[in-house]
Write a protein that binds this ligand. Structure first.
Ligand SMILES: CC(C)(COP(=O)(O)OP(=O)(O)OC[C@H]1O[C@@H](n2cnc3c(N)ncnc32)[C@H](O)[C@@H]1OP(=O)(O)O)[C@@H](O)C(=O)NCCC(=O)NCCS
Length: 242
């Protein structure tokens, strides 16, 4: 599922079941020494996926431990993102020379608890989500919007170390093309110059799982003066040749 949402030079690995035995590096084992079984399973399986993605990318297997605010640490030559929800674990990984950031998020295709949608949306998002829910009730559009915002955060935070509120990003969903765009709304002066201010992504809804994925390509070389330090990197419409 994930591979269809991202450019072909992004390595992906996913699993809908937890293998019985998963190898973990000692520093990873240490992190989950007191974890409940559910956490051990998602932690172990997603790292098993990470090692498969590393193999597909041609980089040696390394431990993946959280840094500040839980950001997975990949080492200097790789960027990536991990997600897990009931019955799904996924990883996307790419060379840092090709992409500056990736953000993926998986959620169950079930409605958000009552009241949550209103707390995470801007008025136009709320209207559109309700419209889509009436038109295509098989998809939990409220949960999908939440997932897209989480994917934006997972793309943004490792680049900038800056927090975002759910209403800091205006997300526009294209239901037919199965894409979305997000634009950060805070005053640009408040936003870190290290991060993009718009994002393009793809989404899917299959087998009870909603997925959102964003890939931000590395800036291509440009004539002197063509880009400023504050300008955002070009946006990758995932699935296109970025
Ligand atoms: C960090 C967060 C996005 C994780 O999302 P989630 O749906 O709870 O969990 P998922 O299973 O999809 O992803 C978990 C993985 O995300 C990664 N992750 C955790 N914190 C992260 C961060 N700050 N930045 C990037 N990735 C992060 C980790 O790899 C983690 O896996 P691990 O715990 O096994 O190492 C979420 O808990 C959060 O803090 N959200 C609030 C901020 C936000 O989304 N704002 C919206 C802005 S528009």
């Amino acid at each position: 599922m994930l591979t269809k949402l991202l450019p072909s030079d992004v390595a992906t690995a996913e699993s809908t079941a937890d293998p019985e035995h998963v190898f973990l590096f000692p520093e990873e084992e240490f992190l989950i020494r007191n974890a409940v079984p559910k956490r051990r399973q998602e932690f172990g399986t997603v790292r098993w996926c990470a090692r498969r993605a590393m193999g597909a990318l041609g980089v040696p297997p390394t431990p993946v431990v959280p840094g500040r605010r839980g950001v997975p640490q990949w080492g200097p030559s790789v960027v990536g993102s991990m997600t897990h929800c009931a019955s799904y674990r996924g990883v996307a990984l790419a060379r840092a020379s090709e992409f500056v950031a990736l953000g993926i998020d998986a959620e169950p295709n079930t409605p958000l608890p009552e009241g949550v949608l209103e707390s995470i949306t801007l008025p136009q998002e709320l209207r559109r989500t309700r419209e889509l829910a009436r038109a295509v009730p098989e998809i939990a559009w409220d949960r999908l919007l939440f997932s897209m915002k989480e994917a934006v955060y997972k793309t943004w935070f490792p680049l900038t170390g800056q927090e975002l509120d759910f209403t800091d990003a205006l997300v526009t969903v294209d239901a037919e093309q199965e894409t979305f765009r997000a634009r950060l709304l805070p005053d640009p002066a408040r936003l870190s110059p290290a991060g993009p201010t718009t994002f393009s992504g793809r989404w899917s809804a299959h087998d009870g799982v909603l997925l959102s994925a964003i890939a931000v390509p590395a800036a291509r070389s440009a004539p002197p003066g063509a880009r400023t330090a504050r300008s955002a990197p070009p946006i990758c419409t995932a699935g296109s040749a970025c």
